[in-house]
Ligand binder design. Structure first.
Ligand code: ASP
Length: 326
């Protein structure tokens, strides 16, 4: 086991038990006597604190659901949560008070589906999956995406909650658009999954930046920006200021860096460096998480404060990402 590498979770922090780590969970990179890495079973990796969400995904796998079902079911739970102010129902509206949602999904075959600027539909991740599975297209936008959802049995509903209306009214008093690092306007759920057979899928869903321009589309529904899955190599997803991720095609970049030999942590770090080397990121947060074919996980962000959740059948941990700025 000369190449055996061990990555140990470091520094338990605070009541949440946050830890800082280049790699996470038990699916750490190891090699057997043939220098082949050992795959240790399913892993679910999400942006931010999503222990319950990951448990749902693992349960789907346990019940012999597909890795794609695991991704969709877990993200649906977040979309339906009125207390999550950045995804689905209860997501913060744009500057005109309208909630518009972005989501995408990719399967193990590299097929993709996406919806952007979709209104009045609680589960854009399911619409994205239907775009992938029932149409010859990858992206449906706006009214067309809504019409497609309704034609396929989904119900229209108001996505505003009392809390989101109140915070919008508060925002209207000054009507300032300003990105704030790590608060709830940066809370895309990005979820990457690998199952027992080492097949991967991923998805992400968001209401986008709070109080964005009406019509704005972020990185999350753009394949290669907010999410990318290559079943032979690995997968990546992003959260934070989508414009930075779009400009650098971040998730595709992370996967390509893994293809070139970097581990998930190094790949996320390099993708963050590509952003900070070119743009002023003083007030801009971006966080990446990545999972490779061996179930090894990694993350990196521009600023401190980005956390992510890595779960296996044996562990369900919220971890603190390392960051460019300390
Ligand atoms: N990346 C998302 C977007 O720009 C927002 C977020 O992650 O908070 O729409």
């Amino acid at each position: 086991m000369s190449n055996r590498r061990q990555f140990v979770l470091k520094s338990l922090i605070g009541a949440l038990g946050l830890s800082s780590s280049a790699f996470s969970c038990e699916s750490t990179p190891e090699a057997d006597s043939d220098n082949k890495r050992e795959f240790k079973g399913p892993v679910i990796l999400t942006t931010w604190n999503h222990q319950e969400t990951n448990a749902i995904a693992l349960n789907v796998l346990k019940e012999n659901g597909s890795v794609l079902d695991a991704v969709e079911s877990a993200i649906r739970k977040v979309e339906a949560d009125p207390n999550d102010s950045s995804v689905g129902y209860g997501g913060r509206p744009d500057r005109e008070g309208v909630v518009s949602l972005d989501a995408c999904i990719m399967n193990k075959a590299g097929e993709a589906g996406s919806v952007c600027f979709v209104r009045d539909i609680m589960h854009p991740i399911t619409v994205a999956r239907m775009v992938m599975e029932k149409t010859p297209h990858v992206i449906l936008a706006g009214q067309g995406a809504k019409q497609f959802a309704l034609e396929n049995g989904m119900k229209a509903r108001n996505l505003l909650t009392d809390a989101s209306i109140n915070s919008y009214k508060e925002w209207l008093k000054k009507s300032e658009y300003k990105t704030i690092i790590n608060i709830e306007n940066h809370d895309t759920i990005g979820l990457l999954a690998i199952d027992e057979s080492q097949d991967m899928a991923g998805g992400c869903s968001t209401s986008g930046m709070a109080y964005k321009y009406h019509g704005r589309v972020g990185d999350s529904p753009i394949i290669g920006a907010g999410l990318y899955v290559d079943n032979e190599i690995g997968s990546a997803t992003a959260t934070g200021v989508g414009e930075m991720v779009l400009r650098t095609l971040g998730s595709f970049l992370v996967v390509e860096l893994m293809r070139g030999g970097l581990d998930p942590y190094q790949a996320c770090k390099e993708a963050v460096h590509r952003i900070v080397n070119k743009y002023d990121c003083k007030d801009t947060q971006v966080g990446y998480v990545a999972l490779n074919k061996y179930g090894e996980a990694g993350a990196y962000s521009i600023h401190p404060g980005f956390i992510y959740t890595c779960s296996t059948p044996h562990k369900n941990e919220v971890l603190k990402s390392e960051s460019y700025f300390k």
